[in-house]
Design a binder for this molecule. Structure first.
Ligand code: MG
Length: 260
């Protein structure tokens, strides 16, 4: 009897776990560098990730660089308060403090925070190295391996301006969802190279709007940046894109609500 009860309990737990994996929100809203603007939080801080989660965004985007001692850290610019990330050690970066008191987050800490919930996905942008293509490939590889190590695959989609880094990430994990940012590849070229989709600048998509339809036909996802004007949001929605990346997730949420 006890055994049956135990297995019933286990089955209930397991089915809830499976359900939980499918609870990611689908509202197209990707918070760009987290949700930081309205509350004046530091971009890419753990606090900005928490705010994007609190708002119920489909995804929260963040930028990843690699230190000289191969620690992956989350920051937008190539430098942190005047300290170049790629030529500094992680210990050196810890001498700096963000405006809200946080230290520069490691990718691992960022992923662990995101994995405390199952509603908002983590959109991991790994930055092309300013030193070498080899380092761009290494950061793509290490980002994927870090996600695998933490078991965060279900939470993470990747974006990158580095074509070589993207190809390396896909080779490291063929199931990794990697979208390309740089705008110089057609949907057909991206499909052939195993990419998940594109995330292109709005000005390019306005000129080449047929790429959105082509991507859909090929089963690629479509995303655009950085969309802060309501007019651009409306145009992208009319084109049926999968995601819209914005500094103002609250504005896009209000627009979506108004047209429901
Ligand atoms: Mg970014």
């Amino acid at each position: 009897m006890q055994k049956i009860l135990l297995s019933l309990l286990w089955m209930t737990f397991f089915s809830q776990a499976v359900l939980a994996q499918s609870t990611f929100i689908q509202n197209k809203i990707i918070a760009h560098r987290g949700a930081w603007k309205a509350k004046e939080l530091p971009q890419n801080s753990i606090a900005s990730l928490r705010e994007a989660i609190r708002l119920g965004c489909q995804g929260s985007e963040f930028d990843v660089w690699m230190t000289s001692d191969e620690v992956l850290v989350v920051n937008h610019d190539h430098e942190l308060q005047g300290m170049d990330i790629e030529t500094s050690t992680y210990a050196q970066l810890l001498t700096k403090t963000l405006s809200n008191g946080e230290k520069i987050p490691t990718l691992k800490a960022y992923l662990r925070e995101g994995m405390t919930q199952k509603a908002t996905k983590l959109i991991l942008e790994f930055k092309p190295s300013r030193i070498s293509v080899a380092r761009s490939e290494r950061i793509g590889e290490l980002a994927v391996k870090t996600v695998q190590e933490l078991g965060a695959q279900a939470w993470v989609d990747y974006i990158t301006f580095s074509y070589e880094g993207g190809v390396k990430a896909i080779a490291t994990d063929p199931k990794a969802n990697v979208a390309y940012l740089n705008g110089d590849k057609s949907p057909l070229e991206l499909k052939a190279a195993g990419f998940f989709g594109f995330d292109y600048h709005i000005s390019l998509l306005r000129r080449k709007s047929q790429w959105i339809a082509e991507a859909k036909t090929l089963g690629l996802t479509t995303n655009s940046w950085t969309i802060n004007q309501e007019e651009d949001m409306s145009w992208l929605l009319s084109q049926g894109v999968n995601f819209i990346t914005t500094d103002e997730p609250e504005k896009l949420a209000a627009l979506l609500q108004s047209i429901e």
